[in-house]
Design a protein around this ligand. Structure first.
Ligand code: SF4
Length: 72
């Protein structure tokens, strides 16, 4: 199966810091669930797509990087 046409510029993966990124990509962007991707469906419908929208329709968890956390 070929890769999703927008994989190389899909903004959601640039900010995704988890090791499960590859699992998402293999299942959706390079795999059998692509047609179910919430992002792709919005793109095809000409609708705006939030940068943090994940393929299953949920939002990426927010990471707080305010620099005020106590370290160790
Ligand atoms: S997240 Fe969806 S739109 Fe983005 S590259 Fe993967 S399949 Fe394509």
């Amino acid at each position: 199966m070929s890769d999703c046409d927008v994989l190389h510029h899909c903004p959601v993966w640039g900010n995704f810091q988890s090791h499960v990124r590859a699992v998402w990509i293999n299942n959706y962007c390079k795999g059998p669930r692509r047609e179910r991707c919430a992002r792709l469906q919005l793109i095809r419908a000409g609708q705006p797509v939030a940068a943090d929208l994940l393929p299953n329709g949920t939002r990426m968890p927010v990471r707080h990087t305010d620099g005020n956390s106590a370290a160790g």
